[in-house]
Write a protein that binds this ligand. Structure first.
Ligand code: NDP
Length: 402
């Protein structure tokens, strides 16, 4: 029986905790720890009476501080830690995991607070430390990154001899009724999408202006949506692990009104990440903006519509013939709200992270070192995912539009 520590009590942390709590045959103790204890208590109190055979507790921690984390780990003695807080905390938590001999999972790769830049290098550099400690770290275990990486590995294992073209397509056709809100942590989200676009082609990274390349794509059960190339972290690991890729891109849908808001936020300096003096104190504009925007974990109640995320792939099939392939998953915001009290983005991120926790704890996905999810056998994950509420579909030899 395993003890699991979930760090971060936002939308994603809530889903991971609520899903893990159902598995008292695998986990004996759950701790949810975050900066604000009130949020941890709210999550733990909402499920304590439902799952009496598993001990659920809450704690306060500043996950930027490795010594504080080590103290908490020594007190709770987890076997596995999930970082469902922010990418800024990845390295501090990995350091504490090494110090206390604990396995590690996260949903977003490290980025420094003072530079809007993400890449895997910082975490891949921990490979030797995890390997020699006999520990497992699995990076990017949400939906994208996460399920999209597993979808690519599954396509490669079962349907392709060579994958040449990969287009990850992410559509949110939902309406939460707010003028402007982000679907996950707004600071991280706005840093990500106001940056330059980037994709892989013929061995090089090509950068574009923000929202420069776009086209209308058709999404299952949704229809046509304007989709934009943005830089997304899984491209970096996928081109490394699938070297036959000639091109890899990531498309996300945005409404025109959303882009106008983002442009204004950027133009007036509200997305700045450097300190600004205000009434004698230093504030960081994007952090102030986050404080006044709607909380993504609270958007679920009035959210209608659905999301559709998948991989469109072109290459040679196992017989060496040209093949197109589309694997995707749709999730309705209201279904996520009924099941877990959150919107579909938090749900579709937290569920895969809890599935990876189960596979790691059962030693089905275990090896020593630091890995991305596509480095494991995709089959157990693909089998498990629908049991937790996220179904997937495949289409062959259709017009994939990209
Ligand atoms: P939220 O902002 O809702 O939640 C983040 C939580 O982390 C909050 O409880 C916050 O505390 C806590 N936190 C922040 N800083 C610290 C700290 N220093 N110490 C302890 N706790 C801290 O974010 P989401 O739940 O929407 O997203 C969580 C993560 O999931 C993010 O890293 C995001 O990038 C990632 N993500 C990944 C996706 C994927 O598909 N792979 C998709 C969507 C999100 P407080 O409440 O006090 O601010």
């Amino acid at each position: 029986m395993s003890r699991i520590l979930i760090i971060g009590a936002g939308g994603v942390g809530a889903v991971v905790t609520k899903n893990i709590a159902k598995y008292n045959n695998i986990f004996s103790n759950i701790m949810i720890a975050s900066r604000s204890i009130a949020k941890c208590n709210a999550i733990s109190n909402s499920i304590k009476n439902l799952y009496k055979d598993i001990k659920i507790e809450a704690a306060q921690v500043n996950a930027d501080n490795t010594s504080e984390l080590i103290e908490l780990f020594r007190r709770f003695c987890p076997n596995l830690v999930i970082n469902a807080a922010l990418p800024y905390q990845d390295l501090a938590i990995m350091d504490a995991c090494i110090a206390c001999k604990v396995d590690y999972i996260d949903t977003a790769n490290y980025e420094p607070k003072d530079e809007a830049k993400f890449e895997y290098k910082w975490q891949w550099d921990y490979k030797d430390k995890f390997e020699s400690a006999g520990l497992t770290a699995i990076l990017g275990c949400g939906f994208d990154p996460g399920v999209t990486n597993v979808f690519t590995a599954y396509a490669s294992k079962h349907h392709f001899d060579k994958i040449y073209y990969l287009d990850i397509v992410d559509c949110n056709a939902g309406n939460h009724g707010k003028t402007f809100a982000t679907n996950f942590n707004s600071e991280i989200n706005i840093r990500e999408i106001t940056n330059k676009g980037k994709y892989w082609e013929n061995g090089n990274w090509i950068t574009t202006k923000p929202f420069e390349i776009h086209k209308i794509l058709n999404y299952p059960n949704i229809g046509k949506k304007e989709s934009y190339i943005i830089n997304h972290e899984e491209l970096e690991s996928l081109v490394k692990h699938f070297p036959t890729l000639k091109r890899a891109r990531f498309w996300m849908t945005f409404e025109q009104d959303y882009i106008t808001h983002l442009r204004i936020i950027k133009n007036i300096g509200m997305s700045r990440i450097d300190p600004v003096l205000y009434n004698g104190i230093e504030i960081i504009p994007i952090q102030f903006l986050k404080a006044i925007l709607p909380d993504p974990s609270q958007l679920g109640e009035n959210y209608s519509g659905e999301i559709s995320i998948g991989c469109r792939i072109r290459g040679l099939n196992k017989e060496g013939k040209e093949q197109t392939y589309y694997i995707y998953s749709n999730c309705k915001h209201q279904d996520a709200y009924k099941k877990m009290g959150v919107q579909a983005i938090s749900y579709s991120t937290g569920i895969p992270a809890s599935v990876v926790s189960i596979l790691l704890t059962k030693n089905i996905w275990r090896k020593s070192g630091v890995f991305n999810v596509e480095e494991f056998d995709p089959d157990p994950f693909m089998k498990e995912l629908p049991k937790h509420g996220l179904t997937w579909n495949e289409l062959f030899n259709i017009d994939i539009e990209v």
